[in-house]
Design a protein around this ligand. Structure first.
Ligand code: ZN
Length: 292
């Protein structure tokens, strides 16, 4: 779904008219009004708030209207209580074109996505607690444990920490953007992208569901992974469905399949065997000192 207009050079949207974008029909695009798109943003805001994916005024949602214009949520407002007048229209430089509210402080992240991938028409950013717990603990979601996650997202990278509202987060996401539609943002939250705002929302829901199940499976002794043969069959299902968007297992870029590359830099994580060795060593030393 996207709003479509005839003149890509114009910055003015007429909220009462359905906008027509040249070539829309050829691309198989559905024509919708700006009013409807704002309604979709309001509905998705309500859903992420009611699902507990955001607290207070957190999170942001945008829809790309055309080559020049993006509709986005305002900053400092709960996404569960948005109204039509709060949705801001900005250009691709982030300049406010219409609306009386200040756009999202994370707008740079949204615009960077739209600049990098023409197929993306919507971006959703939230802090879903289970997915964010993985992002805080420093884990990517790389294990194939649920068919829905494998088909829709593949593995989800953990991007390097960046200060919100700066260029650091967009820069951290960009290397993974060609081959992924969902991202864990280290010590921050999650980002999903889609062909429309519900497509991006559903990826956020799939990501959170995968993270939640992964966490509980670890509490029960660890995840049992789907075998490589069965993963391949799931990918075949995705191919047959003709699904839109990017998927790491169906992407040509080599870094897409390099899970290690998605781990946070710094090398301060220690594997379990090494950790046991260090603890044993320390205990021995303490005991030796006590005896001495
Ligand atoms: Zn955030």
């Amino acid at each position: 779904m996207l709003v479509i207009r005839r003149n890509n050079q114009s910055n003015k949207l007429d909220p009462n008219k359905t906008q027509i974008w040249l070539g829309a029909a050829e691309r198989g695009c559905k024509v919708v009004s700006e009013f409807q798109l704002k309604r979709d943003i309001i509905e998705v805001g309500r859903r992420i708030y009611n699902s507990g994916f955001v607290a207070a005024n957190d999170g942001n949602i945008s829809i790309r209207v055309n080559d020049n214009l993006v509709l986005t949520t305002p900053t400092g407002v709960s996404k569960g209580f948005l109204t039509q007048d709060m949705i801001v229209t900005v250009d691709m430089d982030g300049k406010v074109i219409s609306g009386n509210w200040r756009p999202s402080s994370e707008l740079k992240m949204h615009l960077a996505v739209y600049r990098a991938r023409e197929d993306i028409k919507s971006v959703v950013h939230a802090h879903p607690p289970y997915a964010t717990a993985f992002a805080v603990a420093g884990f990517a979601l790389e294990k194939p444990i649920m068919p829905e996650v494998v088909i829709n997202l593949g593995w989800v990278p953990l991007t390097q920490y960046g200060t919100p509202s700066t260029e650091e987060i967009p820069e951290a996401i960009l290397p993974y953007l060609p081959c992924h539609d969902a991202f864990l943002l280290q010590n921050h939250g999650a980002l999903t992208v889609g062909t429309d705002v519900y497509n991006a929302l559903f990826k956020m829901e799939t990501l959170e569901m995968g993270a939640k199940i992964s966490l509980f499976a670890r509490l029960l002794g660890g995840e049992r992974e789907i075998s490589p043969e069965n993963v391949e069959r799931l990918l075949e299902v995705r191919r047959n469905l003709g699904m839109t968007g990017s998927h790491p297992a169906l992407c040509d870029l080599p870094e897409a399949n390099n899970v290690a590359a998605a781990q946070p830099p710094g090398g301060d994580r220690v594997d379990e065997t090494e950790l046991k060795r260090i603890i044993t060593e320390v205990v021995k030393q303490v005991l030796a000192e006590q005896r001495g």
